[in-house]
Write a new protein. Structure first.
Length: 95
C-alpha cells in the first residue's frame, strides 16, 4: 500500500528555506545535459515532482526557454509556490 503524503501551505511555503540550493552549483550539475537545449526549441523537459520549482528557476533562462518546460507535481500547495516565481510564469503545467 502506498502512503500518500500531503503538503499543506505551511510546509510548501517553508520548503525552500529548509532546502537551500546554490544557483551556480545547480546550473553546473545540469550543464552537460542541457548545455545546448536553448538552441533546439523542439526539445522539451518534463519535470515530474517539480515541487516549488526551486531547481527549474535556476535552469530558466540559462539552459531552457520557459515554453520548453512542462512541470507537474502532486501537491497543489507546492505548485502555488512555484507559480509565484517570475522565471516560471510561462512554463507549461499539466493538470
Amino acid at each position: 500500500m502506498i502512503k500518500e503524503t500531503k503538503f499543506d501551505e505551511t510546509i510548501a511555503s517553508g520548503y525552500e528555506a529548509t532546502r537551500p540550493i546554490e544557483p551556480s552549483a545547480c546550473q553546473a550539475g545540469f550543464r552537460e545535459v542541457l548545455g545546448n537545449a536553448q538552441a533546439n526549441r523542439r526539445l522539451r523537459l518534463l519535470d515530474v515532482g517539480c515541487g516549488t520549482g526551486r531547481i527549474l528557476q535556476h535552469l530558466i533562462p540559462t539552459y531552457l526557454h520557459p515554453e520548453q518546460v512542462v512541470a507537474i507535481d502532486i501537491s497543489e500547495e507546492m505548485l502555488k509556490v512555484a507559480r509565484t516565481k517570475s522565471e516560471l510564469k510561462e512554463i507549461h503545467r499539466a493538470g
